[in-house]
Unconditional design. Structure first.
Lengths: 572, 168
């Protein structure tokens, strides 16, 4: 351990000791996007006012148990954490206040507990990691999400944070870090699943003095919130990964690229970068080593295509987020013409675990096809929507929906799932038994993508969902390639017509022809994959289309009797 | 959509005032990398829209042409060129929200606001925007009031939010 790091560690450990076993209880309020949407900010304000100096009240990130938000937990000094879920602001004050005053948990309202010793009176309560939503998880990248205050770097360090970086800088040369990542079998989690070590290997040997590692946190896929989840709950995991990537590839600068408007992940990343500089974990001679590295948070405006790696570089340069021609590839000519690598948040967030515990330990998790975990965002018609990190291949889609997400709401039947972002379509019953890993899902018409799983029940019409996805794709076409720009527009018009029972027999063939022009004539995946949602919907749910075209009626009534309400904006 | 005429009854800031505030916003950027896009984002943060004066000031600040700045400003869909209402309501129409009843929520919000799409209410006080994803998909359907998210919405609870805003 370097001298510099051991000092940070000592200070962090003593602060953690005071928080968890000092003279005051510690109350943690879960605040991620879902916590905020469920009212966590109001709860925090109410608790801070009501408890005053009786307890330390902190925001922590989200554990991913969104169905139970808002979640608050109380830890009496040296004791276990006792969780309360689905709280309103008034009852939070009553329940948490009562717990703190009496020192006894409110057994009727306890959601779960976590610690070494079962708190008194909670014989019937569930251990946190025995919850059906926690037991199947293997938390590597989200290990500390919901446990620590994301704005307090010391809490990350006290829980094993930056150990991997210190170890790398003290005991490993860049090539050894690169080898470790190569050997771990880590594949990119943005959706393309390209081997990360190979990608870093393209950049590492380039002798240029200025080289960039760009972290893509744009996350425009509707239904996916795991990148933002990591950033708002444990930004230092990403930052440590980004620094390790910089070291392994001999790079000089890193960027974290986020869409404007997502206040929590932006604030939390900025604070993390600022604190890391102050502690000597960024800047010149990191932790006293020879390695120097700068990181900056760059914001983008609203544009889905800005998440495409070459468009992302255009956006950081301040231009319209339109894709570039390749070659040259970014590892040769990237941001401002300098060699660059682009990695997803989740990909980088695994790096600390790989370096700290070794490539072999990482490979023990997951299956032969993909090592490590999938961070799922399960949403739609399920009982327990949330963010769950499971070992790759450890569950099928059906098992994830039934066992983790608690099945379909109101006892209904699952009709479809949609994964991989809006450029992939709905998948039916035949695909429910795919193990959740990149290669298994890719054998269907789908993609695991970045981990969003949107579940539809029997009331969903595939035509309706497809027109929703295609409206998104049309709205978000950057306009550079006309087959994408015009193809998307015509495709949405055609789907609107079909959904309003005005479809024609040749509409299906027409969309297929447009799709093939888009595939051949578009520069990036947005246009190339543009026909995917329709192709997938037709493969599994042709009957829904036939009902609209032949029988002139929606099979479920979901399509309604009007145009879908979506923006009409086009990019000039 | 707004036709660009300013809302009635409100004092609009003068051109000089907009210029000064744009400059302050442009100069207040803390990050090392300052670009056309970062500058426009900084201005919109301060003024909540991009007036013509800000386009000119941005061009001067980053040494770009007015055309360059317009090209970027017109690309990203978050930029707007007329003043928004006092409060902005975002309604999400992404697929997670869609499957959980977002269209009914949006229709009800339309009815409460007396609008039939994005834009300002007749009195110019409230702005409605459609969002592709607000990031709290597990609490769908989601809306946001001045960036504060509210999840698990129903048409009735969304209507209540709008009614409260109208009274505010």
């Amino acid at each position: 351990m370097s001298v510099a790091f051991s000092e940070l560690r000592q200070k962090a450990d003593s602060e953690w000791q005071t928080l968890t076993a000092g003279d005051r209880p510690w109350v943690r309020v879960g605040l991620g996007a879902s916590g905020a949407a469920a009212g966590a900010e109001e709860i925090y304000a109410a608790l801070t006012e009501a408890l005053g100096s009786e307890a330390t009240v902190s925001f922590v990130g989200s554990m991913g148990l969104c169905y139970a938000e808002p979640i608050v937990d109380v830890q009496m000094p040296g004791g276990a954490r006792v969780f309360y879920a689905n709280l309103g602001a008034d009852e939070a004050v009553e329940i948490v206040g009562g717990h703190i005053k009496s020192g006894r948990a409110n057994a009727d309202r306890v959601f779960a507990w976590h610690g070494d010793e079962q708190p008194e009176g909670l014989d019937a309560a569930t251990r946190l990691y025995d919850l059906p939503t926690m037991r199947p998880q293997t938390r590597l990248a989200t290990r500390l999400c919901g446990d620590i205050d994301p704005s307090d770097m010391s809490q990350y360090i006290a829980n094993g944070g930056y150990q991997a970086l210190d170890h790398a800088l003290e005991d490993m040369d860049p090539a050894a870090v690169l080898d470790e990542v190569k050997n771990s079998g880590l594949r990119g989690r943005g959706g393309a699943a390209f081997p990360t070590g190979v990608k870093w290997g393209f950049l590492a040997p380039n002798p240029a003095p200025v080289k960039y590692v760009l972290c893509n946190a744009e996350e425009g896929d509707p239904g996916a919130f795991n990148d933002k989840g990591i950033l708002e709950s444990c930004p230092h995991t990403l930052l440590e990964g980004l620094i390790l990537a910089g070291y392994a590839t001999n790079s000089s600068n890193g960027f974290i690229f986020i869409r404007q408007g997502h206040a929590l992940p932006i604030e939390s990343s900025r604070k993390a970068v600022q604190d890391a500089y102050a502690a000597g974990l960024l800047g010149q001679n990191i932790l006293g080593s020879e390695f120097s590295y700068d990181v900056e948070v760059a914001l983008t405006g609203d544009s889905y295509v800005a998440g495409e790696e070459t468009a992302l570089m255009e956006a950081i340069e301040g231009k319209r987020a339109m894709p570039r021609y390749r070659p040259p590839f970014p590892a040769a000519v990237g941001l401002w013409g300098k060699p660059s690598n682009i990695n997803n948040v989740k990909t980088l967030a695994y790096a600390p675990a790989i370096i700290r515990d070794g490539a072999e330990a990482f490979k023990q998790v997951g299956n032969e096809s993909t090592s490590g975990t999938a961070i799922l965002c399960i949403t739609g018609a399920v009982n327990r929507p949330g963010m769950y990190e499971v070992a790759m291949g450890s569950l099928t889609v059906r098992q994830a929906v039934e066992e983790i997400a608690g099945g379909i709401r109101d006892g209904k039947k699952m009709k479809l799932y949609q994964a991989g972002g809006p450029l992939f379509g709905p998948i039916g019953e035949e695909g429910f038994d795919s193990p959740i890993d990149f290669d298994s899902i890719a054998k269907t018409t789908g993609s695991l993508g970045s981990g969003g799983l949107i579940i539809g029940d029997e009331d969903v019409c595939a035509v309706d969902l497809t027109r929703n996805l295609m409206s998104f794709n049309q709205f978000e076409s950057c306009g550079k390639c006309f087959p994408c720009r015009l193809g998307m527009t015509h495709m949405v018009e055609t789907l609107e017509r079909i959904s309003q029972n005005d479809g024609r027999e040749d509409d299906l063939a027409l969309m297929e022809r447009m799709g093939s022009s888009m595939r051949m004539g578009s520069l990036c995946g947005h246009g190339q994959l543009g026909y995917n949602p329709v192709a997938s919907a037709l493969k599994y749910f042709e009957a829904d289309f036939r009902s609209h075209i032949d029988d002139k009626k929606c099979p479920t009534g979901a399509c309604g009797d009007g145009r879908m309400l979506t923006p009409t904006h086009t990019r000039p | 959509m707004s036709d660009g005429t300013p809302p009635a009854g409100d004092e609009l800031p003068s051109g000089d005032d907009l210029r000064t505030r744009s400059r302050t916003a442009l100069r207040s950027q803390q990050q090392p990398t300052v670009t056309v896009l970062s500058s426009l984002l900084a201005v919109q943060d301060e003024l909540h829209y991009i007036p013509d004066e800000a386009i000119e000031e941005t061009a001067t600040h980053v040494k770009a042409t007015i055309n360059d700045v317009w090209s970027v400003a017109s690309f990203y869909t978050n930029f707007r060129f007329t003043p928004p209402g006092e409060h902005t309501i975002d309604v999400c129409w992404g697929p997670s929200c869609h499957l959980n009843g977002a269209q009914d929520v949006i229709e009800r919000v339309h009815a409460e606001l007396g609008v039939d799409g994005e834009g300002e209410t007749a009195d110019g006080k409230l702005t409605l925007r459609y969002s592709t994803c607000l990031g709290a998909c597990a609490l769908a359907p989601v809306i946001a009031v001045d960036h504060h998210m509210k999840g698990r919405m129903s048409p009735d609870s969304a209507a209540a939010v709008v009614v409260e805003l109208k009274g505010a």
